[in-house]
Design a protein around this ligand. Sequence first.
Ligand code: O2Y
Ligand code: MN
Length: 614
Amino acid sequence: MKLQDLKHAGLRKWVTEVAELTKPEAIVICDGSEAHYRQLMDEMIASGLATPLNPDKKPGCVNFLSDVSDVARVENRTYISSAKQEDAGPTNNWIDPVGLKKTLNGLYDGSMKGRTMYVIPFSMGPIGSNIAKIGVEITDSAYVVTNMMIMTRVGTKVLDVLGNDGYYVPCLHSVGKPLAEGESDHGKWPCAPIEKKYIAHFPETREIWSYGSGYGGNALLGKKCLALRIASVIARDEGWLAEHMLILKISNPEGVVKYVTAAFPSACGKTNLAMLVPTIPGWKVETIGDDIAWMKFGKDGRLYAINPEAGFFGVAPGTSKDSNPNALIAASKNTIFTNVGLTEDKDIWWEGIGYDAPGKLTDWTGNEWVQNKADKSQKPAAHPNARFTAPAAQCPSIAPEWEDPNGVPVDAILFGGRRPHTIPLVHQARDWNHGVFLGSIVGSEITAAALDLKVGTVRRDPFAMLPFCGYHMGEYFKHWIKIGTRTTVDKLPKIFYVNWFRKTDDGKWLWPGYGENSRVLKWVFEACAGTAKSVDTPIGIMPTIDAIDRPEGVSEADMAELLKVDREGWLKEVEDVRANHYPKFGEHLPKELSHMLDVLESNLKDCCGGKCCC
Ligand code: O2Y
Ligand code: MN
């Protein structure tokens, strides 16, 4: 398809203007076909950017090695460029949009010289679903096109839904590495230096401008940029929720189904939970999505969730037959790997894959690498943020209804973080506002020295949305409170806080995690069905000591510890939230949340006449 064949005049105009600014050698409108995917991949293989994997072991798979400076999302170069700084809030970087657009226009000027400019029409969510949104990404990276073809629904069908004048979110991306006459990348990952990288969001005009990075969330603009940062703004305005949540389906032995969404900060095993293999006989867990949930009210007053994505952009290191067999199968064919180690026979390998590295490897920097377990300082073969981009449809645990345009009715919402102490294995919020309070205090304990926080302190990541909320977080809390008033209490999902990461004082895990987390999901299921064995406590509703079957290795004393109300620990939690967390939001903090904090404190102080024995 040619530029002049685009029926949508507004889109044609935008593409023309971007081409005039960025000056590419050619323009390609992506039709989403397999033939186009193959052609792009063949070109990237021929240029040395991609390495094809062994077709007998990993058919249709390739590995890319990125530049060493371009290996992850760059939060310190990510901006919410609202007209007023106040609207971006205290947790986002902000630059005035007029100034930022001027800077970026300067950078985009000629930035695609010597490259092809691709126009990617994509749908976040099943094409035509009334929950879905259309975006168009312009990029000069074929790597981005092929990844977007896995992660979203791309092509002519999207243009058909867009019609002559439909709404789309414009997403502009350039790797920021123009080529001089006759110059080529020589198989080297193109990107700009860190100080020239910008991941910019303009919430009022709902535009995304990304410059200088070709990696993941910085460049695949449908994911974090559109489906979370811009979508959170749209959701606020339209009365729905765009969340950093997995969606799973759990069925009991009688075939009764509940749908659960869950928000955890990065590195808490969201993909593993979404694809969990239950250890309880007769129970089944299926996957709807592993990272993002869009939830809208249905006509019946319930919240319905869709996964706006079509693939998984999962972290490779640590993924093994034990931790996540379903992810390994999903990524066994037609998958793009980035920054993993390669064996001599062109198979993948990474730290935590579950077996030793077979012989000589090529590491993610392109150098020869031989495993030396005795050398504790050996650099890893795969980058710790190495990724697989795999089609969701290839996942053995994918639920048949994962692409239902109406979404699935949400029964429960889980929040969680890595909390070695204080937070019990699971507790349930008393009501919606209490659940919003729990979401607002989510965080993980710092285990290694970080620039901004001491080891042992809690890095708060409310709703796991800290890097992804497109507006003031205090207003986002208010939006959640408001959502709770839009329907009747019985139709709202129940809210839970889970913590698989409890440790003993000598640093041993109290709970085995992985498939055994199905025991906690079972209690959640029962709480939704009204059959759970529960007890009211100062912090919320908790399982009785015998409500959750103990897995092997968890003693009754361990279970008591996991389900204890740690009164002293919780009082410290209250103090930390009151002194260090909530003040950040100033006048934007909803009064309902400060009230919840007061209630929690007085519950803890008053419990059993101040000598809580729960
Ligand atoms: O480093 C990146 O660019 C990817 S970050 C990511 C990818 C998939 C799912 N979640 C995340 C995240 O940071 O939450
Ligand atoms: Mn994520």
